[in-house]
Design a protein. Structure first.
Length: 137
């Protein structure tokens, strides 16, 4: 898997509706995972979207999710730029440069879904997500 760069949108509880709408607009394949699938069964956030990804035949990739519990999305400014792939050295290099002199909100580390992931806002105010995809066995 080559590294990819794409927008990542944040929503305030309506990620499923929004991602399904974008699928209607652009076509393609939509995959949605809920917070309940990743350890939050039985909570008010169980059916909210933890991660959604739309991949289109035109080559577009759009990712999105509901804001994690305890955080809120602000309409119009609720986006990040996502860089993901399997080349760990390449992606760690991007992380080191992007996170230098930045505000790190999630340190680059292994996450509950198995990937190595981190979030930061660079010194220019742009929010970034780095996801190092781990082999699935």
């Amino acid at each position: 898997m080559a590294s990819r760069l794409n927008p990542y949108l944040s929503f305030d509880g309506d990620a499923r509706e929004a991602m399904e709408f974008y699928k209607e607009v652009f076509g393609g394949t939509l995959k949605l995972n809920t917070f309940g699938e990743f350890g939050q069964k039985g909570t008010p956030d169980e059916n909210k979207i933890m991660h959604g990804m739309l991949e289109t035949e035109a080559g577009f990739t759009l990712m999105g999710a509901d804001s994690p519990p305890g955080t809120e999305a602000t309409r119009g400014t609720s986006f990040s730029v996502s860089v993901s792939g399997e080349d760990e050295a390449e992606l760690r290099g991007y992380w080191e440069k992007l996170s230098a002199r930045s505000e790190v909100s999630v340190p680059l580390a292994k996450q509950m879904w198995g990937d190595v992931f981190g979030m930061c806002t660079d010194r220019f105010g742009v929010p970034w997500m780095i996801d190092i995809v781990q082999p699935r066995g």
